[in-house]
Design a protein around this ligand. Structure first.
Ligand SMILES: *Cc1c(COP(=O)(O)O)cnc(C)c1O
Length: 309
């Protein structure tokens, strides 16, 4: 069996001190973005036990879902290739079927890993979790191992509970970006009593609090809703400028959908005196840098500044 998920590489990546912020608070960054060049950040964690399960069950193919810029699609394609699975992606946007010139860098990369696509309409995509649609998939792809959109299921949460290590117990605040909430659920499950886990929502949603409550038992966490910048994958000039400045100051790349918003939010809260004096804060760099090329193409069309890495 492949050693890909077996080695505990993250133990070798130390947390990185970023800056003193707020009232004598220390901000540190957990560099999950360095776990693997193509299966990056929390997607590595979320895939680990799913793909080990698929190997154990002798599945030959994996199928999953996502949008045209999805970090999860890119990571699943890369990991699937490394582990020798046939990989299928059900992607939102039927118009992409016959217009390869309009494919995002993400889709081109996933295809180069051997991912086969089925493009479906937005209406069909909304029904993707229905019993009927899942039955169609099982028949069409001969019973593949199925990973949900964004990769969140029980096995993904198990993987994400390996992000925090023994030495991280000293951090009073642990902050992470939130999409579906699987990553946050794993962090909450592995947190200790004196820690507060903050999930910075990357999207406009009032359901996250409820959805995550159903995944965890502890109560030492909350969702921060003030830094989604208008919704999922929405950006503005101030966010891009913040990311470019962050790169200039610390030589660390952030992504515009998740970690850029997270760090912007942490700095802003610290400036407003939100964190008690002298707090140690750990931010999780969940990766996601593959989406930058596609975002820059969209920024160009909108006359917004480029992400300059
Ligand atoms: C997918 C993703 C997230 C969100 O993770 P969830 O488990 O869906 O909440 C956060 N950051 C990055 C970089 C991601 O790619």
């Amino acid at each position: 069996m492949d050693q890909f998920f077996k080695s505990n590489i993250s133990a070798e990546i130390p947390n990185q001190f970023i800056a003193e912020i707020g009232d004598g608070c220390e901000l540190w960054l957990k560099r999950e973005d360095l776990l693997h060049p193509q299966v990056s950040g929390n997607k590595f964690r979320k895939l680990k036990y799913n793909l080990l399960e698929a190997q154990k069950g002798n599945y030959s193919s994996i199928i999953t879902f996502g949008g045209a810029h999805s970090n999860h699609i890119a990571a699943t394609a890369a990991a699937g290739k490394i582990l020798g699975f046939k990989i299928f992606g059900i992607v939102r946007g039927e118009e992409l079927e016959n217009s390869k010139d309009r494919w995002s860098p993400t889709l081109k990369f996933a295809e180069s890993c051997g991912m086969n696509f089925w493009f479906i309409s937005r209406e069909e995509y909304r029904e993707k979790d229905s019993v009927d649609f899942l039955k169609t998939i099982r028949e069409k792809y001969q019973d593949p191992y199925l990973i949900p959109e964004g990769g969140t299921n029980e096995k993904a949460i198990q993987g994400c509970s390996e992000i925090l290590k023994e030495e991280d117990k000293k951090f009073r605040f642990v902050c992470s970006s939130v999409g579906t909430g699987g990553t946050l659920a794993g962090l909450i499950n592995s947190s200790v009593e004196n820690q507060q886990i903050f999930g910075f929502s990357s999207l406009k949603s009032n359901h996250l609090q409820t959805e995550i409550s159903e995944l965890v038992k502890k109560q030492n966490w909350k969702i921060v809703l003030d830094y989604h910048f208008g919704g999922y994958a929405k950006v503005d000039q101030s966010l891009i400028e913040f990311m470019n400045l962050f790169y200039k100051n610390y030589n660390i790349k952030l992504d515009p959908v998740y970690t850029g918003k997270l760090l912007f939010g942490i700095f802003d809260l610290a400036k407003k005196g939100y964190f008690p004096k002298g707090s140690k804060i750990l931010a999780i760099h969940t990766g996601g840098l593959q989406g930058i090329e596609g975002m820059n193409q969209r920024l160009l069309k909108k006359n917004l500044p480029q992400i300059e890495y």
